[in-house]
Design a binder for this molecule. Structure first.
Ligand code: SF4
Ligand code: SF4
Length: 200
């Protein structure tokens, strides 16, 4: 009989200890967030989705070569040494390991990994990200002037390489095609004669 009541007392005591722990957390700062309505800040150096400043890409292909799973797909149409049209520059996040190997090999620093991490989807095909459509260019660059200079470069090639010029004409008319290949620091504004500021 004594043991019976002792069990009841022990049960009540252990419940009180457990509830004490539970209630003590009611008055401390929460470490969880109400995702997706709230988001945590990512740590410095976080490897999120890629960003590309397409206008300073020099179409060297080193990022794609460094990728261990071949998930970067690029198509470059070179007009001359400095002017390149880029119909395709994609990263397939079905395969990407977020290993960062593609970043330090880039000679112009135009590809980087940002802070976005949300990739949940019901359709795997949507994990093929078009970095040109995500649309980044150097903020200081005059893209209209760059387009105009690209047209001039095409005209210079027309006589010797008509097939390159013809294809470039077609690509340049397509607004989804990226323009890349020249350092904007060298770009001279025709109207003012000033040099554009180099990208950071
Ligand atoms: S992070 Fe790694 S796996 Fe992803 S694209 Fe870059 S090199 Fe390829
Ligand atoms: S992103 Fe960088 S490494 Fe990749 S092709 Fe362009 S310049 Fe080369």
């Amino acid at each position: 009989m004594k043991a019976y009541f002792q069990d009841i007392v022990d049960g009540i005591r252990s419940s009180c200890i457990g509830l004490g722990v539970t209630f003590s957390y009611l008055f401390t700062k929460s470490v969880t967030v109400q995702y997706p309505f709230e988001k945590v800040e990512v740590a410095p150096g976080f490897r999120g989705l890629h960003h590309l400043k397409v206008d300073i890409c020099i179409a060297c292909g080193q990022c794609a070569s460094a990728c261990p799973v071949s998930c970067i797909s690029q198509t470059f149409h070179r007009i001359d040494k400095e002017n390149v049209l880029v119909p395709e520059f994609t990263v397939d996040y079905n395969k990407c390991l977020f290993c960062w190997y593609c970043i330090p090999v880039c000679p112009t620093g135009c590809i980087s990994m940002g802070e976005e991490y949300e990739l949940a989807t019901f359709d795997r095909r949507s994990l093929l990200y078009d970095l040109i459509a995500r649309g980044e260019t150097t903020p200081t660059r005059d893209m209209d002037l760059f387009r105009e200079e690209m047209r001039e470069a095409i005209e210079k090639r027309r006589e010797k390489k008509p097939e390159i010029a013809e294809k470039a004409d077609e690509l340049l008319r397509d607004p989804t095609v990226g323009l890349c290949g020249r350092n904007p620091a060298k770009e001279k504004s025709r109207s003012s004669g000033r040099s554009e500021v180099a990208p950071s």
